[in-house]
Design a protein around this ligand. Structure first.
Ligand SMILES: C[S@@+](CC[C@H](N)C(=O)[O-])C[C@H]1O[C@@H](n2cnc3c(N)ncnc32)[C@H](O)[C@@H]1O
Length: 921
């Protein structure tokens, strides 16, 4: 804008501020910056940048040391002479005169006469702990590190820094320590930094105003139970939790602030609300607390990717199935980054080779950590949308997005294509349109049509996303992308302020917090994302956001190698929607070690259930022939968990098994997930039951598959693997519309027939009929639910049938087995005491029920070292099966996973939950 226009805009904006127009103040400051820039000559720019700027920082710091701001404040609005300003530190009046003159010239203090000064709003703020801390930390650490950037980069050939202990800070201070340990040695810096953290978000909308905290924490038991609702990881002095408590004094469950010991020790208990518990905890070690929500505010932007992943994985150790991690950080927009955002980004580089991140980087990071981004939350942005119409549009936009998530296939209830935004009257419209390669914008190599030109595209997209800023940062994601992904909540804020940075506003004025959703991108983000697909991201084939793909290992996501992609389509879409899927992917690297699965997923329970109930998903390989392999018939190496030895039918090198894998039939309906996993003799059947709020996928496999198989649950919406998991375990994922599993595969291979064999009698004829048809000879299949025949309760517990439906304490201990039943509001609970070891899953009417057992004493490891049980631990027991020379029970409860030998059942007490009393037989 021209200077004249800027002045007019400023005048108008100032009027709006006076009239209380929402967002007006946020617009004003950037306009003043633009005005300065428009009138400044290049020479003046040099002076202001290299002289005035550094001197402003230096003189503020000097004035702090000389107590000048305190002295001015004590005058309570009156003037103070230079002589009086010099007194506290016995400084030279001539020196103080020069300092004061400069500070007055840059409007930090006010010159009221000859050698007379008074306080200003700013100088008074510089006497408060937070702003004072910011000035000390800013000068002593931040500025000095930033000054070092040019020489640092020069010495390192201008490569993007990534080593957290080789950043400009290390050069500036000649240290090898990371920023945090480095400042730890200096109590003033520890305090200054922590105090500043308490205020740097001031003026911005607090995250609790747009994150549904109450809903998320609503089922947390009362804190007297010891339950923890919220852990603020790296929460500094607890200021975020203090605000939470102030806004929601009646929240159930404990609030815990964790930070480094020196920070926690520096908290004055008298100043911390009694409802907030302090805990010294290093987030590079496993999270010791279980909580419903772990909140990370301005944590990950301090770190490089590798350390972020470590932090996330450690935090996830504290997650239960319904836990979430809330990440509150900036989001770098594709363009139009604000002043504060770019400063923060380079500041993070200077301090720790760290970075602010784009949406794609966030998603990649979170997914690489084995987590999923469920949903992005951000506040309604008053600076970009002031009209009621926009507000309404925004609200309906959010609603629309929820539908999009629920459908799993991005088009929202508006039924527009997520790529080209063409409108359809029916939901399947966009799907078919994509399937038939009719979309000119889809990232599909087969597409025939020309893309819209970028301007039209941009304009269309803007129209699509609803309320938009009129600013230049129109490529920012400023809508809530409720795409059903894990919980990433980001923020953008002024000068390190806490909200995601996809704002079109300048940093200082931004109060917009954006939620970033990873996982299935919302239709609103596709165009932008599509153009930014990185080569090392899973390559979408046709419907990339829905892909459930194999990942070699969650910790190596950037190097994921896929040669195909699986698709999950909602079964309530058109029949043809079932026909897509899957894949043969190559597993480039075997997954070893930890196989637990966690995910982050934010969702509003009130919003999810209805749509979930309607969904069924199916995965089938699209090219069974490609998955046939002699390897299936190769003698296997059999691992016997009872002895810990391998033997059996002969060796099968792991590397051979790793070379291939196949996707299995997986069908998920409202109540079960059934999967054909393999064929005898290495037969295995997978079944899953869904509890009221989650899916548990259980597979019982032959032990010989232990080395040969892994299941991988992949995000329906995310396009990349969450984690690889052990096939014999139960993995629970939050049952949200976003958490729809799944791809199941193994490193063995099989044909479609082979996959179907265990359930041959139930295979839908169309499965066979359609095999070989389809776009590329893929199997096309209609929806079919495979249900393995699970044993009935009476066959599992022949000695322990309840004598009567209504009996309590039914006791049949002829084999030492005691099964008691008691009525519960939600059905009947069976308590099983199995001293001789019997456990299993009961089945009735095609539904499987879950048996949970509780360890009556400590157990260390089973033969595979996969199990550690503490007395009182509850684990889920899967259907037993025979394998090798033992009878086994698959179990899993968080980290308790793997097979559970029968002999251990002697110490298990079980509780069988199911909704009705089982009938005999
Ligand atoms: C940028 S501050 C953010 C503080 C607070 N979450 C907020 O947003 O105001 C980063 C915090 O991480 C803490 N921190 C750094 N390293 C840590 C570690 N290894 N374990 C726990 N906290 C750590 C710091 O002490 C600091 O409080």
């Amino acid at each position: 804008m021209e200077t004249t226009q800027l002045i007019e805009a400023i005048t108008q904006c100032n009027r709006d501020v006076s009239n209380g127009v929402p967002g007006a103040r946020e617009k004003l400051l950037p306009l003043t910056y633009q005005l300065s820039a428009s009138v400044e000559t290049p020479t003046q720019m040099i002076w202001s940048t290299f002289s005035t700027g550094p001197l402003r920082a230096a003189t503020v710091r000097i004035a702090i040391d000389l107590d000048i701001f305190e002295t001015l404040k004590a005058a309570d609005g009156g003037s103070t002479s230079i002589l009086d300003l010099a007194k506290p530190r016995n400084a030279s009046p001539d020196l103080v005169r020069r300092i004061a003159a400069f500070l007055a010239s840059v409007d930090v203090i006010l010159e009221t006469g000859v050698d007379a000064y008074s306080a200003t709003r700013i100088s008074n703020a510089l006497t408060t702990p937070g702003i004072l801390g910011g000035a000390i930390y800013g000068h002593d650490i931040m500025s000095r590190s930033m000054w070092e950037i040019p020489s640092y980069l020069s010495k390192r050939s201008y490569q993007n820094p990534s080593n957290p202990v080789d950043a400009p800070l290390q050069d500036a201070f000649n240290t090898k320590e990371h920023f945090f340990p480095y400042i730890s040695a200096n109590p003033l810096l520890v305090k200054s930094f922590a105090d500043f953290m308490g205020v740097y978000r001031d003026g911005k909308e607090h995250w609790t105003t747009f994150y549904p905290l109450r809903e998320r924490l609503q089922h947390v038991p009362d804190s007297s139970s010891g339950a923890i609702a919220l852990v603020d990881v790296g929460g500094g002095l607890g200021h975020d939790l203090a605000t939470v408590l102030a806004q929601h004094p009646d929240l159930s469950g404990k609030l815990v602030v964790q930070d480094r010991k020196e920070v926690i020790d520096s908290i004055d208990p008298a100043k911390l609300d009694a409802g907030i518990h302090r805990e010294a905890h290093d987030f590079f070690s496993p999270q010791p607390r279980k909580a419903k929500l772990f909140y990370l505010h301005s944590i990950l932007h301090d770190w490089d990717d590798e350390n972020c992943i470590k932090i996330l994985q450690n935090v996830s150790k504290g997650m239960d199935v319904d836990s979430r991690i809330a990440i509150n950080d900036l989001l770098v927009p594709d363009r139009g980054s604000s002043r504060s955002l770019t400063s923060m980004d380079l500041g993070m580089m200077a301090l720790g080779s760290a970075t602010e991140r784009t949406e794609r980087q966030w998603r990649q990071l979170v997914e690489t950590a084995g987590l999923r981004v469920t949903k992005v939350f951000r506040p309604f942005d008053p600076s970009t949308s002031t009209s009621k119409k926009d507000t309404r549009a925004y609200r309906s936009h959010l609603k629309t997005k929820r539908h999009a998530d629920n459908a799993g296939l991005a088009p929202p209830s508006g039924f527009s294509c997520q790529y080209c935004e063409q409108n359809f009257t029916r939901k399947e419209g966009p799907i078919r349109h994509l399937e038939r390669n009719q979309c000119p914008k889809a990232p599909n190599p087969k597409r025939k049509h020309e893309s819209l030109d970028s301007r039209a595209d941009d304009a269309k997209r803007r129209a699509c996303v609803g309320p938009r800023s009129d600013s230049t940062a129109s490529d920012d994601i400023d809508e809530d992308i409720d795409s059903g992904y894990g919980g990433l909540y980001a923020r953008e804020g002024a000068g390190g302020g806490p909200s995601i940075a996809s704002s079109s506003k300048s940093p200082e004025d931004s109060t917009t917090d954006h939620t970033v959703s990873a996982g299935a991108p919302s239709p609103y983000e596709y165009p932008r994302k599509a153009s930014n697909v990185s080569a090392d991201m899973p390559t979408p084939v046709q419907l990339p956001p829905l892909s459930a793909v194999w990942s070699p290992e969650y910790s190596t996501a950037p190097s994921i190698s896929h040669n195909a992609t699986s698709y999950l389509l909602p079964a309530h879409q058109s029949p043809t929607a079932y026909s897509h899927t899957a894949t043969s992917s190559s597993l480039t690297r075997a997954t070893t070690g930890d196989s637990e699965m966690t995910e982050t997923s934010w969702y509003n329970p009130a919003e999810e259930d209805e749509d979930d109930e309607k969904q069924s998903f199916l995965i089938m390989p699209n090219n069974p022939r490609s998955m046939s392999s002699p390897a299936l018939h190769t003698p296997r190496q059999v691992f016997d968990p009872t002895t810990g030895h391998t033997g059996g039918e002969g060796p099968r090198p792991l590397s051979d098994a790793m070379e291939r894998m196949s996707l299995k039939n997986v069908v998920m309906n409202n109540h079960s997930i059934d999967a054909a996993v393999s064929k005898t003799p290495d037969s295995s059947a997978a079944s899953a039951t869904r509890g009221p709020s989650r899916f548990s996928l259980a597979t019982s496999t032959a032990t010989s598959d232990y080395n040969a198989k892994r299941l991988s649950f992949t995000s329906l919406l995310g396009g990349s693997s969450i984690k690889s998991v052990h096939p014999s375990a139960v993995y629970s994922v939050p049952h949200s519309r976003t958490a729809s599993l799944l791809t199941i595969g193994s490193r063995s291979t099989m044909s479609l027939d082979e996959m179907a064999a265990p359930f041959a009698s139930e295979v839908d004829p169309e499965l066979r009929d359609h095999r070989g048809k389809g776009d590329q000879g893929e199997g096309r299949i209609r929806r079919k639910v495979f249900r393995p025949n699970l044993p009935s309760i009476s066959s599992l517990f022949p000695q322990s049938r309840p004598r009567s439906r209504d009996s309590n304490n039914t006791d049949d201990s002829s084999e030492g087995l005691t099964l008691t039943s008691s009525n519960r509001a939600d059905g009947v609970q069976w308590d099983l005491l199995a001293p001789t070891g019997s456990a299993g899953t009961a089945s009735k009417g095609g539904k499987s029920h879950q048996l949970w057992v509780r360890a009556l004493e400590d157990h260390s490891e089973d033969a595979r070292g996969a199990l550690t049980l503490r007395k009182g631990d509850e684990i889920q027991v899967l259907p037993h099966h025979r394998s090798g020379n033992g009878e086994w029970y698959g179990i899993n409860q968080d980290s308790k996973k793997g097979f559970f030998p029968r002999k251990h059942c002697a110490v298990l007490q079980g509780r069988l939950y199911h909704p009705t009393i089982p009938e005999e037989g």
